[in-house]
Design a protein around this ligand. Structure first.
Ligand SMILES: [Zn+2]
Length: 83
């Protein structure tokens, strides 16, 4: 169906915990972000859990967040998510 590359909702939510703990490998982060970009339901879930905003707020305190991840967040959700 042409969705082979995309994670589905269940797969994305299965990765939520590790995503929030930043334990996902970069390629998985990319997959999660790619799904979130097209799925408002999962965006709401991730937002509800405070995941991305927590990551972004952590960036303000520490330099622990890879710039590439910040760039991906901006690409997926717009500059409002960062700074
Ligand atoms: Zn979804």
């Amino acid at each position: 169906m042409g969705t082979e590359m995309a994670m589905d909702c269940r797969g994305t939510l299965d990765e939520l915990e590790r995503f929030l703990d930043q334990e996902l490998p970069q390629d998985k982060v990319t997959e999660v972000m790619g799904h979130l970009r097209t799925c408002p339901d999962c965006q709401d879930t991730f937002d509800f859990h405070g995941g991305l905003k927590r990551i972004v707020s952590m960036k303000a305190r520490a330099e622990e967040i890879p710039g590439s991840l910040i760039t991906k967040i901006k690409d997926c959700f717009g500059p409002d998510w960062v700074d």
